[in-house]
Design a protein around this ligand. Structure first.
Ligand code: 6LW
Length: 530
């Protein structure tokens, strides 16, 4: 993927710093260490925690939601519900992560001494309505939660507002009113109707409130406000937004869209940075309000912040996200393993004691239907099928490139008629490609490609191609995605690859078609006839 390359030499880098679906970034610095969290929706485990020392190379330490009993993702819509924007804070040796589980309990806080985990069980916050909570500790140790909710007097559908409440730092019980700070209906001139994702910072004695507006697509932008009291009133920056790609010419090189949902922080050397979400697109020509076509989801970007008259500016009006930026002046830190940016190959031998933290499940697993043994991953075919709302036998990774090849070897498979195993690329239950080997009634095997592109299509999707298979394997299956095109090929050991589909359309894996907040995830699946 020539569009980005992570670190370039010693002093430059290319965005994104986390490629693939890593939206809603939040960073906390503790000394020389930076920790970042991102949203995950209906996939499990939830909320990856990454560590960095140079802000460009990030290593995943673990996941916050990594015990099945912590969070009930049962039957959730994979891309629209589950874990929304998380934020991470640190105070006196304790890490705090707060977010919203949509359709699974609402707002909660978990804490940890070590950001790699274990994290505590959730403390639910029934007094906190809405989404996108963020914790702010004032200089005197008082704890506040700033968040987004729909005001009681809502004047139109998308009407949202920002509120802050003080909470008890031990119990997180509410100890003040929930005070409105910004009403998205009245704050001109930017698209504030979907104002959300707020953070409060104290800088040089002023309270800075920073929040995205315009919704997470085409109009996405970052707004800033300032006050000398945490409860306001907050004055908007007259030049808002301090970051957006809305209105830029469509013919720009390597277009990046939907920039927003920023978190800013100082790097300990007096320099300030913003992490934010944005989308790399290969085709901008989609209907208005759509941020373009991409299957890589909303990714994490990094840019410097410059302070102008006390306002944190990320990009000047009309400025495009630069293809290459100057690296932070920080000591080289971790080398990400496996890498999350640049041109790379990830090869997984499944030879560790447990799955690496990058692997994702569809919703929370209830039983141990996978095993790792002698460098092999064994998946149990179960009647919980892809396309239904349950928890199919699937283990996958984010698609992190516009151009990528995903390949697996299927070394042995069950002989039960109706059983199926192969590669799955999925955005949600109604948007996927399944490329698998199926055992027929007569015990013969065939290879089949199915696609589902909307909730109106049958859960099993539509069969696009099918072919008889001979021999007992092992087989290699391969999916090649190149922007809008996708191809599926297979072979028996040692033979040449044959395409079952050589020039398909990858649209069902794009957010433009699938909707929701994730990107595509690809990996191994197996299932059994119902
Ligand atoms: C996130 C919110 C949003 O919580 O989408 O569109 C949610 N805006 O800020 C999921 O990313």
């Amino acid at each position: 993927d020539e569009q980005f390359a992570g670190s370039i030499g010693d002093d430059q880098y290319r965005n994104p710093i986390l490629a693939g679906y890593y939206p809603d970034p939040s960073v906390v610095r503790v000394g020389a260490d930076f920790y970042m969290v991102n949203s995950t929706f209906g996939f499990y485990p939830g909320v990856p925690v990454h560590h960095s020392r140079d802000l460009v190379n990030w290593t995943q330490l673990g996941n916050v939601i990594d015990r099945p009993d912590m969070m009930p993702f049962d039957r959730l819509h994979l891309g629209q519900t589950g874990i929304y924007a998380p934020t991470i804070e640190h105070k006196d040796g304790t890490f705090y992560m707060t977010t919203t589980c949509i359709a699974c309990g609402g707002n909660f806080i978990v804490t940890a001494e070590d950001p790699a985990g274990p994290w505590s069980d959730p403390v639910w916050l029934p007094h906190l309505e809405g989404i996108d909570p963020s914790i702010f500790f004032d200089d005197d140790g008082r704890m506040f939660i700033v968040h987004q909710r729909t005001p009681p007097e809502k004047s139109f559908d998308a009407h949202s507002a920002l509120y802050v409440m003080e909470v008890d730092p031990e119990t997180f019980e509410q100890v003040s009113d929930d005070v409105m700070l910004v009403d998205g209906a009245t704050e001109a001139p930017w698209h504030t109707e979907y104002i959300e994702g707020p953070h409060i910072y104290k800088v040089d004695g002023s309270y800075i409130l920073s929040a995205p507006g315009g919704g997470t697509g085409y109009y996405h932008g970052q707004l800033v406000y300032r006050s000398d009291n945490v409860f306001g009133p907050y004055e908007p920056y007259p030049g808002n937004p301090v970051l957006t790609q809305f209105g830029l010419p469509d013919d720009r090189d390597n277009p990046v869209t939907a920039t927003g949902h920023a978190d800013i922080f100082d790097d300990g050397n007096g320099n300030w940075w913003a992490v934010f979400l944005a989308t790399r697109v290969y085709d901008l020509d989609v209907p208005p309000q759509d941020p373009g076509r991409f299957h890589t989801g909303r990714e994490t970007f990094l840019l410097p912040v410059t302070w102008q008259d006390g306002w944190p500016i990320i990009l000047e009006p009309g400025e495009a996200v630069p293809a290459v930026a100057k690296k932070p002046d920080l000591p080289a830190g971790d080398v990400a393993t496996p890498p999350t940016t640049g041109n790379f190959t990830v090869r997984e031998e499944f030879d560790r004691d447990s799955l690496a933290p990058q692997w994702l499940f569809i919703r929370t697993p209830k039983a141990e239907w996978w095993q790792m043994e002698d460098g092999q991953l064994k998946l149990e075919p179960r009647a919980e099928r892809v396309g239904a709302g349950a928890q199919p036998s699937f283990i996958g990774r984010r698609l992190q490139h516009m151009t990528a090849t995903v390949e697996t070897e299927l070394s042995a498979m069950s002989q039960t008629p109706g059983d199926e195993a192969g590669l799955l690329a999925i955005q949600n239950s109604a948007h996927y490609y399944a490329f698998g080997i199926v055992v027929e009634e007569n015990g013969e095997r065939s290879i089949v490609l199915r696609r589902r592109g909307s909730t109106d299509e049958p859960a099993e999707g539509e069969v696009l191609a099918q072919s008889a298979l001979s021999g007992d394997g092992p087989w290699q299956l391969r999916m090649e995605i190149d922007k809008g095109e996708i191809a599926f090929a297979y072979r028996s050991n040692g033979e040449d690859y044959a395409y079952l589909l050589d020039a398909g359309d990858s649209s069902v894996l794009t957010t433009a078609q699938a909707g929701g907040f994730t990107g595509a995830v690809a990996g191994m699946y197996t299932q059994r006839a119902p």
